[in-house]
Every structure is written in C-alpha cells, then in structure tokens.
Ligand binder design. Structure first.
Ligand SMILES: Cc1cc2nc3c(=O)[nH]c(=O)nc-3n(C[C@H](O)[C@H](O)[C@H](O)COP(=O)(O)OP(=O)(O)OC[C@H]3O[C@@H](n4cnc5c(N)ncnc54)[C@H](O)[C@@H]3O)c2cc1C
Length: 393
C-alpha cells in the first residue's frame, strides 16, 4: 500500500500509530505533525520527573532522536494543523501549506480545563512547555494551591511538596482520586498526603480564583478563602476536537469512532484521548484518558488504516506515582461497588477488586503488579465465577 498518511498529534497515540504503520509494512509516506515544539515524549513525566526537574525532556523521549528519520517518518514538530477539508482530503497547516492525504489520523489529545483567572500565577499542566513556570513557582519553598484532587492534582501536590513548597489541595468532591479508586484506597491516599505535609480539604468547591496580595486567592462556594503564591488548576481535561468539529466530523464529548477507529468522514480516523469509542466491557462510549490506552489505541488505529484485523478491546489501566509510592488501577471503579480487598491499603500492599452485580469491574493495587494483571483478565472475563475467584484469592 502506498500513498500518504497524515497524522495530527505527536502524543503517544499519534507517534505509536506512525511506528506501527512502518512496522506493519506500510511503504507510503507518513507525515507526523504536532503543535508542540518537542519530539514525542512521555507525557506522564510532566507532573513527575519533569516538574521535579530530575529528568530533562531528552531523557523522556518516546524514541531516540534518529528513530524518525531511520524509519522514514516525516516528523514535523511546532506545526499546528489549522483545518481539515474532508471533500478535498487535505489539511492546512499554520504556515499556509496544504497537504493532501490518502488517510488521516486525528490524535489531537486533550487540553487542560481551567477556571477564569487570567493570571501569570495560575497554571495548568499538560505539556513540557507548561513545566518551567510552575517549577519556578514551587521550587525553593513557595506556596501552591492545587485545585482538583484527581490524578494530576495529587501528583503535582506530591511533586511540589518534594520541592519544598507549602501545598494546599482543594477537592470539590468527597474524596481524592474518586474517579479511579474506591473509598478505602482514597482514604489511604489522603493519609499519604497528610504524612508528607500536604493540607487536603475535600468538599471545597472553588467559586472564584483571582489575583490578590502577593499571590492568588481561591474563594469557595461557602465563602472561605485560601491564598498562596501560585495555583495549579487541575480540574480535568477537554478533548481537542476543534479541527474535527470545524470539518463537520461527528463529535460527542470526543471524536466519535467505530470499532475500526473510523470517524464519520471517509478516510479520517481518530485515536487516543480525543477519540470516543464504544467499549464492549462497559457497554458505553468513552475516551481513553490513560497512557496505555492511548498507546494501544494508536497501534490499533494504524492497523485499522491498513485494513488489518483489530485486536479485542483491552481493559484500560493506568498508574500514578505520589510521594515515592506507585499505585496501579484498571477497569472502572465506582464508589458504590462491593469491594474485595486482599492485603492492607494502609500498609500500601494490597489488591482491591470492585464487584458490580457480582462481576469484577475494576481493580486497584499497590506493590502487586502481577495480581493487577490477573485482575484485568478477570475483569475481561467478566463472569460471576471470576468474581468468586477474586473473592477467594
Ligand atoms: C501531566 C500529566 C500526567 C499524566 N500522568 C499519567 C500517568 O501517570 N499514568 C497514565 O496512565 N496516564 C497519565 N496521563 C495521561 C496520558 O498522558 C494521556 O492519556 C496520553 O498522553 C494521551 O495521549 P494522546 O496521544 O491521545 O494525546 P496527547 O498526549 O494530548 O497528544 C496530543 C497532541 O496533539 C497535539 N495537537 C492538538 N491539536 C493539534 C493541531 N491542530 N495541530 C497539531 N497538533 C495538535 C497536541 O499539541 C499534543 O501534542 C497524564 C497526563 C498528563 C497531562
């Protein structure tokens, strides 16, 4: 198969798709376009090694610099695609250049959500370029308000604390990480932050974030005020669907794709955080939003573009590192699920399996990577017998 495949987005989904196309024997042109100035790098390092300044971006590149040229992949960083014309099968770059495609992959990922405050002291964190300002704000004993107790908020709180900052973490919901872990694990995470000197406040909804005094003031819905030299807004992300929407491609939360990663436009595919795909285990459309899922999405979309058979849908999983402790999670955990716990969350050595109507649907583990892998297989099998297995493990 020859021709030209254009990929928009140099995150893990786009970069993995480019590699997979070559590995699967695609002989045509591959053009990989990305708005960020860097070569493809591991985004999870942004809130960990890069923010802590224990690694440079060169140390967290997805592939060695020469990999792209060696594999005849035309990698073009610092290029923003401004428009897609699905009738003419072209993309227009910010430079004015117009490129034709035989197939197009949209892997434009997501952007950080933010609230109001147009202030140099208010940060969001998504890219390598976002790191420098936040790092200097928290390095050498500054103070930081973190709005949002999800994965990024918790990781930044831990990293900032490690750099010596005074950190206050404000979460609107009742618990930290409640989208991915069950209540006892969430309690343990809160205790971990407390041990390391992070002030955690839950059920605190920030109504307004404004500059004031020497820094920023977060005013809460119940009238309280929290101040710090700087603030990180970590209240989730929104899929970067602008290109697709403007091109008239169907979008519903993310870019809607079928099981072959095809969008509503002929020859146009989507993968990674931006794509909304039907997940058979969950019986619903959802976006990946974890590194491994975006990576396997990119590989699967590349195969689909070449007409190769799709691998079965995987149970999504992710990890987080906070205060030197690593935790893995898989599937879909809801606070009301029945929980089977082997080990002790407080001792940071456990596997917790969430059961819904007797079937395993999610799992969280610390210090037990093999058990988490086994739990993913149980979730994939999804039958009550597997639940029994989980119960007696
Ligand atoms: C700070 C942080 C820490 C994380 N930590 C973890 C973790 O520990 N574990 C985990 O499992 N997951 C983690 N994640 C999530 C994980 O990194 C993402 O799920 C994954 O990177 C998504 O990959 P992607 O390729 O779909 O999108 P992205 O990584 O968002 O890449 C999309 C790229 O497309 C580019 N783009 C967008 N529009 C255009 C355009 N018009 N023209 C050109 N380029 C464009 C963007 O600039 C971006 O470079 C973390 C995410 C963040 C932000």
């Amino acid at each position: 198969m020859s021709g030209r495949i254009v990929i928009v987005g140099t995150g893990v989904a786009g970069a993995t798709a480019a590699q997979t196309l070559r590995r699967e024997g695609y002989a045509g042109e591959i053009v990989l376009l990305g708005a960020e100035p860097d070569l493809p790098y591991r985004r999870p390092a942004v809130s960990k090694e890069l923010l802590a300044a224990t690694a440079s971006v060169e140390r967290v590149l997805l592939k060695p610099v020469k990999f792209w040229a060696d594999n005849a992949i035309e990698l073009r960083p610092a290029i923003r695609v401004e428009a897609v014309d699905t009738d003419r099968a072209t993309v227009r770059l910010h430079t004015g250049e117009v490129l034709g495609y035989d197939s197009l992959l949209l892997a434009t990922g997501a952007r950080a959500r933010t609230i109001g405050a147009d202030s140099p002291r208010v940060y969001t964190l998504r890219t390598r370029a976002d790191v420098a300002g936040l790092h200097s704000a928290v390095d050498a004993g500054g103070s930081l308000l973190v709005l949002g107790g999800g994965l990024i908020g918790c990781e930044v709180a831990a990293t900032a604390r490690g750099l010596g900052a005074r950190v206050t973490l404000l979460e609107a919901g009742p618990a930290l990480l409640d989208r991915v872990v069950p209540a006892p694990v969430s309690e343990m995470v809160r205790a971990l932050h407390r041990e390391h000197g992070v002030t955690v406040e839950t059920e605190v909804r920030t109504a307004e974030l404004a500059e004031g005094g020497e820094g920023v003031i977060a005013t809460t819905a119940d009238g309280r005020a929290f101040t710090a030299a700087a603030a990180l807004v970590a209240i989730g992300s929104v899929p970067d669907t602008a290109l697709a929407e403007a091109a008239g491609i169907a979008v519903d939360d993310g870019i809607v794709v079928d099981q072959h990663y095809r969008t509503s436009a002929s020859g146009v595919f989507a993968a990674g955080d931006v794509a909304s795909a039907f997940h058979p285990h969950r019986d619903a459309f959802e976006r990946a939003q974890h590194w491994n899922a975006a990576q396997s999405d990119g590989a699967a979309a590349a195969k689909a573009m070449l007409g190769l058979p799709a691998a079965p849908a995987e149970i999504p999983w992710g990890w987080t590192d906070q205060h030197g402790v690593s935790m893995q999670f898989a599937g879909w955990v809801h606070p009301h699920d029945e929980l089977v716990v082997d080990g002790d969350p407080a001792a940071r050595d456990f596997l917790a399996v969430a059961l819904r109507a007797g079937r395993p649907v999610g799992a969280v583990a610390m210090a037990r990577p093999r058990e988490l892998r086994a739990a993913r297989a149980l979730i994939a099998a999804g039958d009550p017998w597997a639940a029994e297995l989980a119960r007696v493990r």
